[in-house]
Design a binder for this molecule. Structure first.
Ligand code: GLU
Length: 424
């Protein structure tokens, strides 16, 4: 079964890369071939047609995907992205990564991902609302608090989650806060969710530095991306004493050897259509220059396939934290490993978002809501625990942190599958 159209070259196809990492983990775990077959394929692939009326009265048909990779450990969980590069293959790869991410963090979910191939900037708020509501309504039978729980991803935010929650709730006849996470606090969202992915990145970088006998104080960091993830990571790292020397947004970046004033840059980007370009207290730098800058920690927090065979030899950072999903390609990863660069893999480094999504879901199901301090404390505990387990696994198997993370995640799902057995 699966992922139909393949438009990317094989070496950077996200689904092929995800399967290759799965196969490496399966080898390390000496997994049974039948179990590997089950885990290599999504459990459900849904593609729907989304007809909407544009503001000018024209009807447009969009295509939406939702891929549920696994529901072995619990309901499926994962974001919905609105981005022109969305394909069924990409969404399938990301759904698989969510399965390993949730299992690695010890939260009771399987993975899912969804998306629509649109550039949300080209649609009005009203059009995006109609798209989101129709997409939700097409998925009605396949989502829900015990079935599959969407969340924000690239191009979506709390606003889209509120529309999803409302559409679902109106259709079932009562408010269902647990059907979606990353929603506004007014309708059952969790305190701390908006900064959660960035906070998780900061925690994992901090732990990795600690293992090298260093602290965040004065460490030189470059961050590609200044959106929900990169922006939050920049602010939290800055507050913790790190020197954020470069950040970028889609159109380009800014650089300052003495460290950027991140609160001032955030205020500037807010008033500059989310772009950091032109920030007066810094020099301009391109997105590709940022990746090869001399720095201690590099955080790609934007798109997939940013560090590739072409630029990997110029990368100077000794620690790379994958805040985006799949920013380092398979080949580039091999080269970094052989040079002894510490790559903190996406399924660990960017797990803070889904961890706080889980805490939001727990609060929604119990109708008891926590203060931010408690949310941050619980997520800190889960993130540090997972990091320590990965380090231990990597020492035991003499493997990279990526392989160790995959082995832990895949191993837990495989164990559950073995214990549950196959039906019938
Ligand atoms: N989209 C985020 C991720 O890829 C969050 C998913 C969630 O909270 O369910 O991890």
């Amino acid at each position: 079964m699966l992922p139909l159209e393949n438009t990317s070259p094989a070496h950077i196809c996200p689904y092929d890369q995800a399967c290759s990492y799965l196969e490496q983990a399966a080898k390390e775990l000496k997994l049974d071939q039948g179990i590997l077959e089950v885990l290599s394929n999504p459990s459900k692939v849904i593609t729907v047609s989304i007809p909407i009326k544009r503001d000018d009265g024209q009807v447009q048909i969009l295509v939406g995907h939702r891929v549920q990779h696994s529901n072995i450990l619990g309901p499926c969980k994962g974001g919905i992205r609105y981005h022109p590069a969305v394909t069924l293959r990409e969404v399938s790869a990301l759904a698989m990564l969510m399965t390993w991410k949730c299992a690695l963090l010890g939260i009771p979910y399987g993975g899912a991902k969804g998306g629509i191939a649109i550039d949300p900037k080209r649609y009005s708020a009203g059009e995006l609302e109609r798209i989101t509501r129709r997409f939700t309504s097409e998925l009605m039978k396949d989502i829900g608090p015990n079935v599959d729980i969407p969340a924000p991803d690239m191009g979506t935010s709390a606003r889209e989650m509120a529309w999803m929650m409302d559409t679902y709730s109106v259709n079932v006849g009562h408010a269902v806060p647990g059907m979606v996470t990353g929603k506004p606090i007014s309708i059952g969202g969790s305190r701390g969710r908006d900064m959660a992915t960035g906070r998780g990145v900061m925690i994992i970088v901090r732990e990795a530095l600690k293992d090298k006998g260093k602290s965040l104080e004065g460490v030189r960091v470059a961050i590609q991306g200044f959106g929900n993830v990169g922006g939050a990571a920049a602010l939290l790292l800055h507050q913790a004493g790190a020197k954020v020397i470069a950040v970028s947004s889609g159109a380009g970046g800014v650089y300052s050897e003495s460290g950027l004033d991140i609160p001032a840059l955030k205020a500037y980007a807010t008033g500059n259509r989310k772009s950091v370009v032109g920030f007066p207290e810094a020099k301009p730098i391109s997105n590709s220059e940022l990746l090869t800058l001399s720095c201690d920690v590099l955080i790609p927090a934007a798109l997939e396939n940013q560090i590739t065979e072409e630029n990997v030899n110029q990368v100077q950072a000794q620690i790379i934290a994958e805040a985006a999903n799949g920013p380092v390609t398979l080949q580039a990863n091999l080269s970094l490993e052989s040079r002894g660069v510490t790559v903190l893999p996406d399924i660990l480094a960017n797990a803070g978002g889904v961890v706080v999504s889980y805490l939001e879901w727990v609060q929604g199901l119990s109708y008891v809501f926590w203060d931010e301090e408690r949310v941050n404390r619980e997520m800190e505990h889960l993130m540090v625990q997972a990091y320590r387990q990965v380090i231990e696994q990597s020492k035991k198997g003499q493997s990279s942190l990526r392989l160790a993370s995959y082995s832990l995640g895949v191993g837990r799902v495989a164990q559950a599958l073995t214990d549950r057995g196959l039906y019938p």
